[in-house]
Ligand binder design. Sequence first.
Ligand code: SAM
Length: 376
Amino acid sequence: LKEVTEGKVRIFVPDPKEYMIEGKFDPSWAPVFYNPKMTFNRDLSVIVVSLLKPKIILDALSATGIRGIRYYVESWKSEQLILNDKNSTAASLIQINVKNNGIENAKIYNKDANALLYEIKSEYIDIDPFGSPVPFILSSINATIRNGIVAFTATDLSPLEGSSRTSCRRKYDAINYKLSSSKELGLRILIGKIIREAATLEKTVHPLFSFYADYYYRLFVIVESGARKADENINKNLKYFGECPRCGFQTFVDENCKTKCPICGENFIIIGPLYIGPLHNMEFLKRMIDTYSDFNYLSSFNRIQKLLNVIEKEAKYKSVFYNISKLASKLKVSAIPPIDSILECLGDASKTHFAPTGIRTDKGYEEIIRCVKSLR
Ligand code: SAM
């Protein structure tokens, strides 16, 4: 074992040196999983949990226990801290790490997360699996109490972003293609799937805060009960998305049927169903922005500041971002103007954290094209 420091905790993790293969190390080769690249995900989650102050925290796929332990030490001393992993080596390591950080009252389980989630209820549930969170959606939504929160990590970007289309159909029950703004559409497909699963339990979810980083999505949802609320959310926020392969025009559409592009007449490529509503709760986002500076000890503090600054600006627009480099290549515009000059030309527009060449605006396609072309 090796002791590492992350945030304000010290955690024992398997020593990477012992699990090297030909001089290389992948966290999944160790008997218990610890990935330092996920520190940013955990750092941001520490801030979210500090604002939520849930009475009960359940870290359903804990590995070393680092997430739940960090929430307890850095966010908020919840009345109950529950940590679980179906790997027995992980469960033993969680015991050690919990003690080592002076936590007396944690409950540690060594169960299948789905089995545990049908036994206990919680106000905050963290689902941080390998790959897709889909196998844990129903059980985690079912296990929430009092408008609780579920936090999902999804690292299976290839189905969500339309690269593995059959896998997306199988796991997310959605038609998908790789489109110009798939980085954002993937998150919307994930939310759409969660809304449909929740609806079977006469519950529904609304995003509290969400983002894309490195190779994953992270999404916090508030769970609400009631068949009518579930129906309303489905009717209002579950639609399809069309992109014109010829001119790049994009829009949400009601149905998955053959629709022609209103600009150039080409058949749209249509994906979905997906969620078309806001990706954050604006009030909560404001609270995140007002509080994150209290966490300036975090190693990813500068990155958090940057991300929140962009999200604060882009969150006011309802439309999916336009990927200017993809749009320019469709329009055969060879030299792409700098993003900042396009933003200036549009006036009411922002960058997006989803893609460096993306712009977000509620202004129409024609105006975007005018700016892209006039600035050449
Ligand atoms: N949350 C951890 C962190 O932030 O470092 C990482 C969790 S790791 C990506 C996923 C963990 O889930 C592994 O430790 C694995 O043993 C565990 N796991 C996988 N399937 C499970 C299941 N069905 N029930 C409980 N644990 C499971």
